[in-house]
Design a protein around this ligand. Structure first.
Ligand code: SF4
Ligand code: SF4
Length: 482
């Protein structure tokens, strides 16, 4: 079995010619656009419901505010030397063949407006590569800043460290301020304020499903494995992505089995049963508000520890918690704590000694998909691998230039997991599918709910026969319960 440092390096994109060509026509990505927001959602999250009449002035003013607040953004606007090192590093270019999906071309849409309104080049029409922020440019922003999953892969290869994901985030922030945002992202954020989670699951349905899972577990294992909800005084508040309770139930069962085995008291919260934070894909105000709910939930229930469940972008937003929402000193640990870190800590304390049967996972040849947000933006690289190696005999890495900080996006992060973007999602996921095919694995493990929603469709599309599941699912499968 290949170890990490023995994994092969193959040319980008992973293995050319192994997969049939994408169904999307070259350059057709210009025609693929997100559906616009609905007024009921924008009203719920404090955004204009349609393009405001003085949108150009307001957009430029907001752009100026961001440049003043965020020194890095100004550097990213000025520093690019157009060396081209990033051009073939974006999976959305690799998948669609549309040069407008070069990271540098995407960022240039914003730089042109920057040069026009914030540099001397903009004072003389026709001088330098500057452009008015007109309707045509706004349309390009809406198309291409929503064909970027904010994955940061390009930034790994930029000699100047330019982070195109930050540029995309700033462009979306500006667009949101003038009434341009997408239905998928705004609907999800509005649901969080209404129900506590991205899926819009009402509290009673959450409780029902948790009870159903407990009954199911008792029937299967004969053990009283509980899925407590709103349990005041529980030691641990688990904040999973809500999809775990309804779609990725093996992952939810994994949490239940783990905490049962360890004999710790835990709970979920109906006030905040969502680790995901789509504010990250929309604007700072909502990023902060959604994040604050997590600490509020922990304090309401008197939890000692808050643990983030298996979700990539939740972790990217989660590690910002002390900056976004203030001190976590009343929790232990006093900083964001991920379920993978918790499990690794338990392994290191010997909590599972003599209670893991790795052969229970022998039917699987496992490979691991690094979600962009947990890996590149959240430094969660070794923990999932340590769990897999401790619970499975058969593990194979994807090629070295497609994993860890070089990982390819699943194709649906950054608020792109929506049906109208399906051609972009399937095209953008092609390099990931190629790398998985290369391993011949039959289990694709990951720690992200968005990846778990996208990857099965992607693998089916590219005809790569592999089961997708969580890392904690593998632990639960190998755990000898008591
Ligand atoms: S690699 Fe960096 S400097 Fe080179 S074109 Fe891309 S963003 Fe610009
Ligand atoms: S952040 Fe990711 S999706 Fe966006 S341009 Fe860079 S590589 Fe492409």
């Amino acid at each position: 079995m290949a170890k990490f440092d023995e994994t092969p390096i193959i040319k980008d994109p992973a293995v050319k010619g192994e997969l049939r060509p994408p169904k999307i026509r070259e350059h057709a990505s210009a025609e693929v656009k997100c559906h616009p927001s609905k007024p009921k959602d924008t009203a719920a999250i404090n955004l204009p419901s349609e393009l405001v009449p003085d949108w150009q002035e307001r957009a430029i003013a907001r752009f100026g505010e961001l440049l003043d607040k965020n020194q890095a953004l100004r550097v990213y606007m000025d520093a690019c030397v157009r060396c081209g090192a990033c051009t073939d590093k974006c999976q959305f270019f690799l998948g669609t063949g549309d040069p407008q999906n070069f990271p540098v071309a995407r960022a240039e849409l914003m730089r042109k407006v920057y040069r026009r309104y914030f540099t001397p080049a903009g004072l003389v029409p026709g001088l330098g590569d500057a452009a008015d922020f007109d309707e045509e440019m706004l349309q390009k922003w809406y198309t291409y800043f929503y064909q970027c999953s904010e994955c940061r892969r390009c930034s790994v290869f930029c000699p100047y460290g330019i982070d195109t994901a930050e540029i995309t985030a700033a462009a979306r922030e500006i667009m949101a301020s003038i009434g341009i945002s997408t239905k998928y992202v705004t609907e999800v954020v509005a649901k969080v304020y209404e129900t506590g989670n991205n899926l819009g699951i009402p509290p009673l349905a959450w409780i029902d499903n948790s009870e159903f899972l407990a009954e199911d577990m008792e029937e299967i294992t004969g053990l009283p494995i509980q899925f407590p909800v709103d349990e005041e005084g529980a030691d641990i508040l688990l904040i999973p992505p809500s999809a775990d309770n309804f779609a990725n139930t093996d992952t939810m069962i994994g949490y239940g089995k783990l905490f049962h085995f360890l004999g710790v008291s835990w709970t979920t919260s109906t006030y905040c049963n969502e680790a995901g934070n789509f504010g990250l894909f929309l604007n700072f105000e909502n990023l902060q508000k959604v994040n604050q709910r997590m600490l509020e939930a922990g304090r309401q229930l008197g939890a000692k520890t808050i643990i983030w469940g298996e979700c990539g972008h939740a972790w990217r937003a989660g590690i910002l918690t002390p900056t976004l929402s203030g001190s976590m000193d009343d929790f232990d640990p006093p900083y964001p704590y991920h379920i993978s870190q918790y499990i690794v800590d338990m392994f290191r304390k010997g909590a599972f000694e003599g209670h893991i049967d790795k052969s229970a996972n022998d039917e699987f040849l496992v490979t691991y998909h690094d979600p962009c947000n947990s890996a590149r933006a959240g430094n969660l690289l070794d923990e999932p691998r340590e769990i897999i190696r401790n619970t499975c005999n058969r593990f194979v890495e994807m090629p070295r230039n497609t994993i860890r900080e070089n990982t390819f996006c699943c194709g649906a992060g950054g608020g792109l997991l929506t049906d109208e973007l399906m051609p972009i999602r399937m095209a953008g996921g092609k390099p990931r599918a190629e790398a998985v095919k290369y391993t011949q694995a039959n289990y694709l493990a990951t720690v992200c709910a968005i990846c778990k929603a996208q990857l099965p469709e992607l693998m089916k599309y590219w005809e790569v026969p592999v089961q997708v599941g969580g890392v904690i699912d593998l632990l639960a499968n190998s755990l000898k319960l008591k």
